[in-house]
Write a protein of this length. Sequence first.
Length: 88
Amino acid sequence: MPHSASAKKRHRQNLRNRERNRAAKSEIKTQIRKVLQSISSGDVAAATEQFRTVAKKTDQAAAKNTIHRNRAARIKSRLSARLKAAKG
């Protein structure tokens, strides 16, 4: 455990940021599952709307360095490819 005041504060910050990052990552994964479920059920309109949410959430997480920007791009690319295949 930290001993100095600055180390204690840093520890509190790390715990708080960890929770925030985990929540953001979990939300992205949940939204991805919703898009994939909509695509598999054949509801392309709902999947398109949910994809917009996923794109926004991943971009926000990448901007805050919660996830890497290439990972955000990869998520959006793979989902859009599946969405495009479902449409056509």
